[in-house]
Design a protein around this ligand. Structure first.
Ligand code: PLP
Length: 389
């Protein structure tokens, strides 16, 4: 049987190949490789799409977050609230500017920062909160904005998985003080290499991000601040300009696939489906299920050629890189439980019904116990193991 990939970039490229080649050829004809015409035009189009005054194209998602922190003048001695369950880049951005990531546990149902736990983590050194719209589900921002306003904190949205997602009618990246995006190839809006963007309605912050991304340069060889080289490539901007008009349709396709998975995966053993979330509140960067038999289920799917992922197997506080923060196992129980149980199923806009049905059939087969001899431990056994913990 045909394998089912976790993400299939070639399937998407096939639908836009002619336009992408023409866009790349136009850059080759102009040779405006650095901060060229397509960068300006993509920035304008992306700002309109997100619903902000300013979008600044940058080198990648990590740099988008670093630039946002630097523009907010956050650095040594400052603390920034970061969810315990996120991609490492959210924390790396904070520590790379010399500030301290202060971790807060996630909501078990959405994997997003648990706003109820934020206040207890604030200190006189706290300068910002970074809500991450993880898996493509928009964070319910109202309580976070209220806490930030009361304490005078910046809200830096990590929207790297949530291009086009909305909370209460506003697009992610347009809700807080400043928004950060990654265009890593497999994101909902992906470049053909690295890329990122920073979005904001604040003209002063936008100006600082523009300066810092280009060596702190105000005019050629006139340097206003100590900057970085963190620019979006013109070739990447050209690809992104072709893709942006298709983003809503791709996100809607993801949401349709999610609905299909839900219908096919009801009432199977201890399998937990993602909490309800409809487009555009959820743009399904990931479709995550949970079970105590996660590792056995992943092995079973892998044997059948179905590729899955785990986002993320080790929460930030248990990463060796962050040992110095002094956290211990048990500090963030929701993130730790999710790390043990989560499995991300194949999800990309071009998925066909047969791929979804094959994946669902293999999962149903796993939970019916109707598996080949020698397959890994059954859910019932996994349940016993957990009971004995
Ligand atoms: C992908 C991602 C980033 C980092 O983006 P890069 O472009 O890979 O640097 C940051 N935060 C989250 C939540 C991400 O998923």
């Amino acid at each position: 049987m045909e394998p089912v990939p976790f993400v299939d970039l070639r399937a998407q490229q096939a639908t836009i190949a002619t336009e992408v080649r023409a866009a790349i050829d136009a850059v080759l004809d102009r040779c405006d490789f650095v901060l060229g015409q397509d960068v300006r035009e993509f920035e304008a189009a992306f700002a309109r799409y997100i619903g902000v005054e300013h979008a600044i194209g940058v080198s990648n998602g990590l740099d988008a977050l670093r630039l946002a922190l630097l523009a907010c003048e956050i650095g040594p001695g400052d603390e920034v609230i970061v969810p315990a369950n996120t991609y490492i880049a959210t924390a790396l951005a904070v520590s790379s500017v010399g500030a301290r990531p202060v971790l807060v546990d996630c909501e078990p149902e959405t994997y997003n920062l648990d706003a109820r736990l934020v206040e207890a983590a604030l200190t006189p050194h706290t300068r910002a909160i970074i809500p991450v719209h993880l898996t493509g589900r928009a964070v319910a921002m109202a309580p976070i904005l209220a806490i930030a306003e009361a304490a005078g904190l910046a809200v830096i949205e990590d929207a790297a998985q949530a291009h086009g997602a909305e909370d209460a009618g506003r697009r992610c990246g347009a809700i807080g003080t400043i928004g950060c995006f990654s265009f890593y190839p497999s994101k909902n809006l992906g470049a053909y290499g690295d890329g990122g963007a920073v979005t904001t309605n604040d003209p002063a912050l936008a100006e600082r991000v523009r300066l810092i991304r280009d060596n702190g340069q105000r005019a050629k060889y006139v340097h206003a601040v100590q900057g970085l080289n963190a620019r979006l490539d013109t070739l990447q901007a050209a690809v992104l300009r072709v893709k942006l008009p298709r983003l809503d349709a791709w996100n809607q396709a993801r949401a349709r696939h999610a609905a299909r998975y839900r219908a096919l995966l009801r009432d199977l053993g201890d399998l937990q489906l993602p909490a309800a979330g409809v487009w555009p509140e959820h743009v399904y960067h990931l479709f995550i299920v949970e079970t105590e038999a996660r590792d056995a289920l992943q092995a079973h799917l892998s044997e059948q050629g179905i590729q899955t992922g785990i986002h993320y197997p080790v929460p930030i506080h248990l990463q060796e890189a962050y040992r110095a923060l002094g956290y211990a196992p048990g500090d963030f129980p929701a993130a730790e439980r999710a790390a043990r149980r989560m499995l991300s199923l194949p999800m990309f806009p071009e998925m066909c019904d047969a791929q979804i049905e094959r994946t669902a059939a293999a999962i149903r087969q796993f939970f019916s116990g109707d598996r080949a001899p020698g397959a890994a431990s059954a859910p019932a056994e996994a349940g016993l193991k957990v009971g004995a913990r």
